[in-house]
Design a binder for this molecule. Sequence first.
Ligand code: ATP
Ligand code: MG
Length: 263
Amino acid sequence: MNSRVIAVANQKGGVGKTTTVVNLAAGLAELGRRVLIVDLDPQGNATMGSGIAKQSLKLSGYDVLLGEASIEEARQPAKEGGYDVLPANRDLGGAELELVNELAREARLKNALQAVEEQYDYVLIDCPPSLNLLTLNGLVAAHSVLIPMVCEYYALEGLSDLVATLRKVRVAVNPKIEIMGLLRTMFDARNNLSQQVSEQLARHFGAKVFDTVIPRNVRLAEAPSHGLPGLVYDRASRGAQAYLTLAQELADRLEPATITPSV
Ligand code: ATP
Ligand code: MG
């Protein structure tokens, strides 16, 4: 299987991008897939949430984007969860300025990934909450985009900015990139507005909306402070189970069914 490079992006903050990256990585790993998380956010939340201390990184995504280290040198295994992480910390924020005069600065990650692509079935890129050069590196490297969103009043409005950016990326640098799916996160089924926005979403994006819905679940919010994916922290929780279901749905969507010869 060729590696599937998926950017998890939404310029809106706090919609569950990092939670999705970490738990999807753990879910896919549990299904036997080899997974790399690329933390492209100077906040380093996916790094911390994977049990890696962001303050004491010898090498990080920053060194990789600047061409001073390879992903093989900078990656680390997650503390638990069975996947690898290209970690990040606030240094990464400086990369944007330092790359200003460099050639092909939006293709740094894509080029660096080529050396390890064979080693992974999935690469999940955790994008920061903005449409900056870091996110652009994610979108240029990716085959597809997974968009987590909270079903609230302004959710759809924010989406149109992201869709417009994707259109530009498609024209300028990465013609093949597509929206793989929209994921409803922190969903509260008792909330009428959530239901309405969810229906609107289905009307606009149809089958692009994942069947799996991630409920609001406090166990998912507690897990990062232990440096663990929710799936490891409390496997039986509704949130963890939803992410396991999502991992299966994603694998079903992306991996061609093996053809069993008829007897
Ligand atoms: P940012 O834009 O800052 O990178 P983000 O989009 O990556 O944010 P997260 O960090 O994943 O979003 O989530 C925002 C907050 O909501 C975190 O405190 C997280 O623990 C919590 N959270 C995420 N998903 C859920 C959920 N399904 N139920 C409850 N809390 C959640
Ligand atoms: Mg995040």
